[in-house]
Ligand binder design. Structure first.
Ligand code: SF4
Ligand code: SF4
Length: 660
């Protein structure tokens, strides 16, 4: 029988206030295998760890159980402590009597009883613990950044500046993302393009950055340090090596369609560059609208192109590339305002979103920066803003705050007053949230110097009478209904995840919340990491953020990514699955369930009734296995076991629980 020690932590008063730690230690002395038990105020402290190490040596312990806080917090601390004491790291077991006992039970006696049960179970497991070892895997020193908005660009630049190769991928054919559509940024009113385009150009010209625009991620295989990513380079029907970006093809193309970049407020051609500062500044042909690709007619662009760059025969190209780490910066979509039927969005052309207004205010936009009503081109005089459209609204399944709308509405009201001094802006709001440097001051200026009139209350209906929009709502501060006759209504549409965010998460093997925002590994202590090692988050794919926040997180993700790339090799997981080949029936159920594709089949030869026979059994690739345990619960022959969590150990814990 192994010699086990038990160390019960008070965690100051966190545990000791609701658990009789002395009783837990005393009870532990009676469990089979326990030769030593004691308590300490802070087990994780230097003296606490010294105490464990001395006990290991003096009591000749084979392993120990620490009853303390969550293993997420200190499992590594106590494993390292075991190593310093001369034990294998995996001979240390941690049981959580803080979050699972003291923090959830007000009754000290009940909390103590539960702590005693948990320690008894942990001891039953610890006596069956075996030393485990890790192996090392090489790291491919290249990063993939998915999404080339401001967050992706920043992450790519930071990784590249640290000397590592980066592929910056975007499914659109220019980098820049949403920020490229924005006219000015709050609270400084910088021209968005003026601060974004230098970064776009820097990324395009950086010797360590390879741009992969018009490219999608099809699938991701492999594991931290070695992700094999299948990429689909979409056919642009233009050979970028030959194209000089002269723009003749765009000019002569006879087919006009509505421009997505201009939020359908202006046209583009079938062969097009989405905006003047696009990077790369080379056109692609939209196969859904090109007359030649649809019915073999036209071909003007091919005839006109002086370099012979138009290639109607071009096909999608599928390639597999290996990366050591991935930064996900796939961004957001604007909330679909047509879900607010009561606001007439989609029916009334003069009910628009904040992003539409950005394009109307932009000098390179469809109206050359003149704010005109989409319906008749008139200059509006009364403008009504409605905040929280698709944010903080449980009825629309969008209970969260989109964070940026309060500030972009203040920015819009300010800019409109500057451009149209005779105009008047009204802002319907529920709350005003201005958490950011100089944000509150900016919002105050909108009211005091730019005559923005804020009305606290929800808008119930917007309808059209003649060429005016009637905005009916409530002024909840004076407690009476209110109606405003407006020329233009701007709905401050919130942010929502990309439509294919869940699909992308499945391809990457990362998790997402109930709305589809990607989940960080820990909301406080690991806000950049995902649960999949080597994959990091940047920007609004994780939840609503403004530009400075996205940029800061992108740099943080880059630090994590470069930290990983700078390692020559990585230590693989020790607690991986292993197959007991003697009892494996080769049914393959484990292979079908493994989310990391870590199991394949292998042939073994064995003697059966004196004859050599060959059969197939499961084989685990320890480099891919993440120790999730899906295979063990699925295996009908109990052949699969997770090292450190064997069926025998788990059953021993259940037995120990039943012994109460
Ligand atoms: S005409 Fe030819 S070279 Fe000029 S932008 Fe078009 S594809 Fe490129
Ligand atoms: S524990 Fe099993 S199912 Fe989970 S990753 Fe490892 S092999 Fe796959």
């Amino acid at each position: 029988m192994k010699r086990i020690g038990v160390f019960v932590c008070h965690c100051g008063t966190n545990i000791a206030n609701t658990v009789h730690c002395d009783q837990v230690a005393e009870m532990a002395k009676s469990y089979p295998g326990v030769v030593y038990a004691c308590e300490n105020k802070y087990m994780c402290s230097e003296p606490g760890q010294m105490m464990i190490q001395e006990a290991v040596r003096e009591q000749n312990l084979d392993g120990y159980v620490v009853a303390a806080c969550s293993p997420r917090m200190h499992e590594n601390t106590f494993r390292k402590c075991a190593e310093r004491a001369g034990l294998n790291a995996y001979m240390s077991e941690q049981v959580n009597i803080r979050e699972q006992c003291s923090w959830v039970h007000a009754d000290k006696e009940k909390g103590t009883e539960k702590a005693i049960d948990l320690v008894r179970m942990a001891v039953a497991k610890a006596v069956r613990n075996q030393p485990l070892s890790t192996s090392t895997i090489p790291v491919t020193k290249r990063a993939l950044v998915i999404g080339a908005g401001i967050a992706g660009i920043q992450a790519a630049l930071d990784i590249a500046d640290n000397g590592f190769q980066v592929t910056l991928l975007d499914r659109e054919h220019s980098i820049g993302g949403r920020m490229a559509q924005v006219d000015k940024t709050f609270p400084t009113l910088d021209c968005s393009a003026c601060i974004l385009t230098p970064k776009m150009v820097e990324a395009a010209q950086h010797p360590n950055i390879e741009m992969a625009t018009y490219t999608e991620v099809e699938s991701v295989d492999g594991f931290v340090g070695n992700f094999d990513v299948t990429l689909r380079k979409k056919a642009a029907y233009v050979d970028f090596h030959l194209c000089t970006g002269c723009g003749l093809c765009q000019e002569k193309c006879p087919k006009k369609v509505s421009s997505e970049f201009e939020m359908d407020l202006g046209p583009r051609k079938a062969v097009y560059v989405p905006f003047p500062q696009a990077v790369p500044n080379k056109p692609v042909i939209d196969a859904n609208h090109c007359r030649y690709l649809l019915d073999g007619k036209c071909g003007v662009c091919k005839k006109i192109c002086p370099t012979g760059a138009i290639d109607y025969e071009q096909k999608d190209e599928v390639i597999v590339e290996r990366f050591g780490t991935i930064v996900v910066a796939t961004g957001f979509e604007q909330f679909d305002i047509s879900k607010y039927e009561e606001y007439g969005a989609g029916r009334y052309p003069d009910v628009i979103t904040g992003l539409h207004l950005e394009r109307l205010m932009n000098a390179s936009g469809p109206t050359a920066g003149k704010i005109k009503r989409p319906s008749d081109g008139k200059i509006p005089e009364k403008i009504v803003f409605v905040k929280c459209v698709g944010s903080r609204d449980e009825a629309k399944d969008r209970p969260y705050c989109s964070k940026a709308c309060c500030m972009y509405v203040a920015k819009h009201a300010t800019l409109i007053k500057e451009k149209l001094p005779q105009s008047k802006s009204y802002v319907f709001y529920m709350d005003v949230r201005t958490g950011g440097k100089n944000y509150e001051e900016f919002y105050k200026r909108t009211q005091e110097q730019y005559d923005g009139q804020y009305i606290r209350g929800r808008v119930s209906k917007i309808f059209q009478v003649g060429d005016k929009l009637i905005v009916r709502g409530e002024d909840s501060l004076v407690g009476r209904p209110i109606e405003i006759e407006a020329d233009l209504v701007v709905l401050a549409a919130g942010m929502e995840p990309q439509k294919d965010a869940k699909d992308m998460a499945r391809r990457l093997g990362i998790s997402y919340d109930q709305h589809g925002w990607y989940s960080e590994a820990h909301p406080k202590l690991q806000p950049i990491e995902t649960h999949t090692a080597g994959i990091y988050l940047a920007g609004t794919c994780q939840g609503p953020k403004d530009i400075p926040e996205s940029v800061a997180q992108a740099s943080a993700a880059a630090v994590k990514a470069t930290g990983l790339l700078s390692k020559g090799e990585l230590t693989s997981e020790a607690m991986t699955a292993e197959c007991n080949e003697a009892v494996c029936a080769g049914c393959g159920l484990c292979m079908s369930i493994c989310p990391y594709k870590a199991i394949d089949g292998k042939k073994i030869t064995e003697r059966v009734h004196g004859q050599m026979k060959e059969r197939e059994v499961a084989h685990v690739n320890a480099g891919l296995c993440q120790g999730c345990g899906a295979c063990t619960v699925n295996c009908p022959s109990s052949a699969m076991n997770i090292k450190g969590f064997t069926n025998e150990q788990i059953l021993a814990e259940v037995d120990a629980l039943c012994q109460r």
